[in-house]
Structures are given as structure tokens and as C-alpha cells.
Ligand binder design. Structure first.
Ligand SMILES: Cc1cc2nc3c(=O)[nH]c(=O)nc-3n(C[C@H](O)[C@H](O)[C@H](O)COP(=O)(O)O)c2cc1C
Length: 191
């Protein structure tokens, strides 16, 4: 591989953390991430996806999302921990597709800290009487304000797949990550 090729590989590797750090900012379009899962319906494995807000990135590049612990995605991740997080920067024409596994966290210190910091106005996201996705009698669901059905979704990446669209064609790299968040060697992929 030529020096030029290596330096552009390094350039694209550095884009991974740049995109992830931007996704933490509330003013950035990347703050809203598509998180996919696998659901089992009538014995069939089917894809599912939804938008979630990126709340935190831990040292090992673990991404932390908040959710209602009764939501269908939680059951899906309990049955199949595999997930994909998808980010797209429309201006820079960069797509970051991250394959990893999800752990549901309802007991760690991180969980307790996050739970304690939920702003009052955001508690509506975790205090409906019935589980998200269940039928509601009216536009406003019943609530029990004494309870918070809160959980963390902790997404541990194992593969980063970055695609850059350019007028000359796509440039694409793949980088593997260890559980500790160490990035391995990157390689070019056909876009
Ligand atoms: C802009 C936006 C941000 C959202 N953020 C979250 C979030 O951070 N956590 C979450 O559980 N649901 C969030 N939702 C709702 C989910 O997309 C989804 O509708 C809900 O969690 C139920 O998903 P499920 O049926 O796959 O469990 C958000 C929706 C939108 C439109």
C-alpha cells in the first residue's frame, strides 16, 4: 500500500471518532441514530429499526442510549443481542454503519447516575402505565408518575464500516474493534 493510501486510511479512521463525538452534540444532525435489531415473529427472524438519541460514549467506544425497559426493542435485544447503529452525515456524504452487541443495563452505577439525572419534563418517556407499543385509549396515555421504567441500552461496537461518497465514486473502510475499544487495522472495501 502506498504512503498516500495509508495516510488516507488514517484520515478515514480518524473520521470514525469525529462522527461519534459530533453525535453527542444536541445541535448536530448525527445526534439521532438509527438503531436496528432482530425480532422474532411467528418463528421468523425479522429486521426492526428505530431512532434513538446518543447520550454518552464510554472509553471503549461503547454507545449509551436511554429507553423504556418495557419497550419491544428491549425484549428483542434480550433474545438477540446483535445490533447495528447507523449514522449519516448528509453534508459530508459519510455513512457510518456500526455492528455490535447490546446489553440492557438496569443496575450499574452508570444506570443509577443516568436515572438520577433525567429531567422532570423527560420523565414522561418512562412513566406510561402500559408498555410502549401497547394499545392506548386516547391520544394521551395513562401514566403512573411514581414509577420510571428506565433502562440503558449499552451498545458495544465490534465493526465500523465507513462509506464516503465522492464525485469520483465511494471510498469505504472497515475497522474491527476489541471489547476494550481498541481499533484494529483498517482495510479498504469495495464501496
Ligand atoms: C427524534 C426521535 C428520538 C427518539 N429517541 C429515542 C430514545 O432515545 N430512546 C428510545 O427508546 N426511543 C426514542 N425514540 C422513539 C423510538 O424511535 C421508538 O419509536 C420507541 O422507542 C419504540 O421503539 P421499539 O418499539 O422499537 O421498542 C425517538 C424517536 C424519535 C422520532
Amino acid at each position: 500500500m502506498s504512503n498516500k493510501e495509508t495516510s488516507s486510511l488514517d484520515h478515514y479512521i480518524s473520521q470514525i471518532d469525529l462522527l461519534l463525538n459530533r453525535a453527542l452534540q444536541k445541535i448536530d444532525q448525527l445526534h439521532w441514530i438509527t438503531l436496528s435489531s432482530v425480532q422474532i415473529k411467528n418463528g421468523e427472524s425479522l429486521p426492526d429499526a428505530r431512532t434513538v438519541v446518543l447520550r454518552k460514549i464510554l472509553k471503549n467506544r461503547e454507545l449509551v442510549f436511554y429507553t423504556d425497559r418495557r419497550s419491544p426493542k428491549v425484549e428483542q435485544f434480550k433474545q438477540n443481542k446483535n445490533a447495528v447503529a447507523l449514522l449519516y452525515d448528509r453534508t459530508a456524504q459519510l455513512q457510518l454503519r456500526i455492528h455490535g452487541v447490546i446489553e440492557i443495563d438496569t443496575q450499574s452505577a452508570l444506570y443509577e447516575d443516568a436515572r438520577g439525572r433525567i429531567p422532570t419534563q423527560a420523565k414522561v418517556n418512562y412513566n406510561t402505565l402500559h408498555a410502549p407499543g401497547s394499545p392506548a385509549h386516547s391520544i394521551e396515555p395513562d401514566r403512573n408518575k411514581e414509577v420510571l421504567h428506565f433502562a440503558l441500552l449499552r451498545f458495544l461496537p465490534h465493526t465500523f464500516d465507513l462509506l464516503h461518497l465522492t464525485p469520483e465514486g465511494g471510498k469505504r473502510i472497515e475497522v474491527k474493534s476489541t471489547n476494550e475499544g481498541m481499533l484494529g487495522e483498517a482495510r479498504w472495501l469495495v464501496p
